[in-house]
Ligand binder design. Structure first.
Ligand code: COA
Length: 250
């Protein structure tokens, strides 16, 4: 098992850190599996009152590992798409989830934030979902949740046009709460997660349920997107985009 995902408890906060900086925290099937396990263990452990998702200084995540996409595209085997287990845990999260974003948040690096309860970005953060440019379609239920959150036009700009959002754009769109300097990002995010964790847990749980509402429609959309996404992975458009990325890396 790799150490690309670090999970540790800090007081009542379970920290899940993506830690593959040499690949810009590109997420592999194994990493999704570990993140999913990290969420489940946090939800099952009474000592944990909130979860904090972090990347590394300078990079949150460059999204799904394109090599993994390529493998699925070539083999047609979609059985190892642990990403959807991770997303299901996040969409239906039973405890508050906070994220601290420094640097790049691409693809699922951005869409996972839509399902967090509180997101802190550094001034260096940038958000981008180049699904269409890769021959793909949105995932994580974002095709339903993003227009609901930010309106059709901004959701189109983000999800269909693949435009880059600045921290301020993301705050205006409603998926970033606060913007801080990079050097205090992690401390601020941990302080917020600890503050949330310190509140009466039952009142927090009920309040959060009321605010989040029934997310079963988002989960259903995530599953619908997953089928289309799988089909798109095998498309010529996607294969060409993956090959272009991989050959630049060589
Ligand atoms: N999948 C696999 N590897 C990735 C990756 C990804 N999503 N993103 C970055 N990497 C790897 C690069 O291949 C490179 O590996 P190498 O050092 O072995 O060549 C390493 O991470 C560093 O990336 P590099 O491209 O050299 O850094 P950069 O600062 O010039 O650019 C990005 C960073 C993130 C803008 C660029 O790597 C990129 O566009 N990545 C793809 C993002 C993407 O489309 N994700 C999928 C969304 S659905």
């Amino acid at each position: 098992m790799s150490d690309h995902i670090e999970i540790k408890l800090d007081g009542a906060v379970q920290i899940i850190r993506m830690n593959r900086p040499d690949k810009k925290n590109a997420l592999t099937a194994e990493m999704y599996g570990q993140m999913s396990d990290g969420l489940i263990s946090a939800f099952e452990n009474d000592a944990v009152k909130s979860v904090l998702i972090l990347g590394c200084p300078g990079v949150f995540s460059a999204g799904n590992d394109i090599g993994d996409f390529m493998k699925i595209a070539m083999s047609g085997d979609r059985s190892s798409m642990q990403v959807f287990d991770f997303l299901e845990q996040l969409i239906m999260a039973k405890k508050p989830v906070i994220a601290g974003v420094d640097g790049l948040a691409i693809g699922i690096g951005t869409t996972m934030l839509l399902h967090c309860d509180y997101v802190i970005a550094s001034e260096q953060a940038s958000f981008k979902t180049p699904f269409v440019d890769l021959g793909l379609v949105p995932e994580a239920g974002s095709s339903l949740f993003a227009p609901r959150l930010m309106g059709h036009h901004r959701a189109f700009e983000l999800l269909a046009m693949g435009e880059k959002f600045s921290p301020q754009d993301a705050r205006d769109a409603g998926f970033v709460n606060a913007i801080v300097k990079s050097d205090v990002l992690e401390k601020t995010a941990l302080d917020v997660a600890a503050d949330i964790a310190s509140k009466p847990p039952q009142a927090m749980e009920i309040t959060r349920k009321l605010i989040r509402g029934d997310r079963s429609d988002i989960l259903a959309r995530m599953k619908e997107e997953a089928v289309l996404f799988g089909e798109r992975l095998a498309s010529d458009e996607a294969k060409q985009a993956f090959m272009a990325f991989m050959s630049k890396g060589k």
